[in-house]
Write a protein that binds this ligand. Structure first.
Ligand SMILES: [Zn+2]
Length: 373
């Protein structure tokens, strides 16, 4: 069992950004009607093109905190669409995805755009006045990201960054810096006019103290800048199911309650270890309805300030390895396997495809979300 502590946003700390330079901000164009919502544009081309839509879901998850959101492949973009939204997020995950001229032209008008990762060179080539001289991929992986006085980690597996060089004299604000292995630092997130540029797609190899938090926080500046500073965290008790120890669950609840810490409990109702990997070869299949002591412990956790979150139904395939064959270690909605390269799934090693059958339709990635209540 894991405690997962997700730091809430480092939000809206009123410390100043790392640095500004240049002559003065260029005003963005204001449309005739008030724009609202968030548009997420993603790549679809190349060998890993299907990842683009998953990154869009991650961006949509963050945007959903603020407003309604909608996603679509960037190749489907038509002129003027971004003007209807308060913010457009473009996720450049496929090298040299051919970006529509209409999209580049609309970004160049100074609309509020958050651009993550690659292909910014297409914008620069066409619209050098945007404020960048060049952008190239640099394979050197930074050792960390500095943001508002906080050092955030970055897994070296996430690879290099886009090295974007600003034009001379352009007014810009460095929002976060990458600490490079040679001891230098360079902008990781920078704002020029309406464009906020981040030197990577920060949705890979994410961990709880990771640079992903910068994006979560920057969205406050972009979508709700008046949000008061609140340093909150979420505690989530992970992978609780019919296999869990009721005494341990009660102990956790007692401790967190004694410290006045509200918490979430990620629960799945069916536990399956068909090959008996953790039980000496004896198959295990347990349900919550068959383990009333666990149900009682869950009720107790709620009384002590816990919120139950459904964390899948089986957290695996139930009966077949996917990839290991044990609930809480396996994928439920995607087919997965591990190749000879290693025992653990990682983006590079574990190729996923949608689970066959009705699941594919039930678990289609969300393409839009409503305004939060
Ligand atoms: Zn889990």
């Amino acid at each position: 069992m894991l405690f997962i502590v997700a730091a809430s946003s480092l939000s809206a700390c009123k410390t100043s950004p790392i640095g500004t330079s240049g002559a003065g901000p260029s005003p963005g164009r204001s449309p005739a009607y008030p724009p609202s919502g968030v548009l997420v544009l993603y790549d679809t081309g190349g060998q890993y093109g299907s990842l683009g839509e998953l990154y869009a879901v991650q961006a949509g998850n963050l945007a959903s905190h603020f407003d309604a959101w909608q996603s679509m492949p960037v190749t489907k973009y038509t002129s003027g669409t971004a003007q209807k939204y308060q913010l457009t997020i473009y996720i450049g995950s496929t090298y040299d995805e051919p970006l529509p001229e209409a999209f580049l032209a609309d970004v160049a008008t100074g609309l509020s755009v958050l651009w993550l990762g690659g292909n910014v060179w297409q914008l620069i080539r066409k619209y050098p006045q945007i404020g960048f001289q060049t952008a190239t991929i640099d394979d050197a992986a930074p050792t960390g990201i500095r943001y508002r006085g906080v050092e955030l980690t970055r897994n070296a597996n996430a690879g290099g960054l886009v090295h974007a060089v600003l034009s001379q004299g352009v007014y810009s604000t460095t929002l976060a810096e990458a600490a490079m292995p040679d001891g230098t630092s360079r902008p990781w997130a920078v704002r020029v006019g309406g464009l906020t540029y981040v030197a990577e797609v920060p949705f890979t190899y994410v961990s709880f103290d990771d640079r992903y938090l910068v994006i979560a926080d920057l969205l406050f500046d972009l979508l709700a800048p008046k949000t008061p500073t609140r340093h909150r965290a979420l505690v989530r008790i992970e992978d609780v199911g019919p296999h869990s120890d009721p005494a341990q669950l009660r102990q956790i609840a007692d401790y967190l309650h004694s410290r006045n810490v509200p918490f979430a409990v990620a629960v799945f109702p069916v536990y399956d270890d068909a090959a008996g990997i953790y039980s000496g070869g004896v198959p295990v299949h347990r349900t919550l309805s068959g383990t009333p002591q666990v149900v009682d412990a869950l009720r107790y956790m709620v009384q002590q300030g816990g919120t139950l979150i459904m964390h899948g139904y089986t957290h695996g395939f139930a009966g077949a390895p996917n990839p290991y064959g044990v609930s809480a270690e396996d994928y439920e909605f995607y087919r997965a396997h591990v190749d000879a390269a290693g025992p653990w799934c990682s983006t590079a090693r574990c190729r996923t495809t949608p689970r066959p059958g009705p699941w594919a339709a039930w678990t289609r990635p969300a393409r839009s979300g409503p305004r939060p209540a």
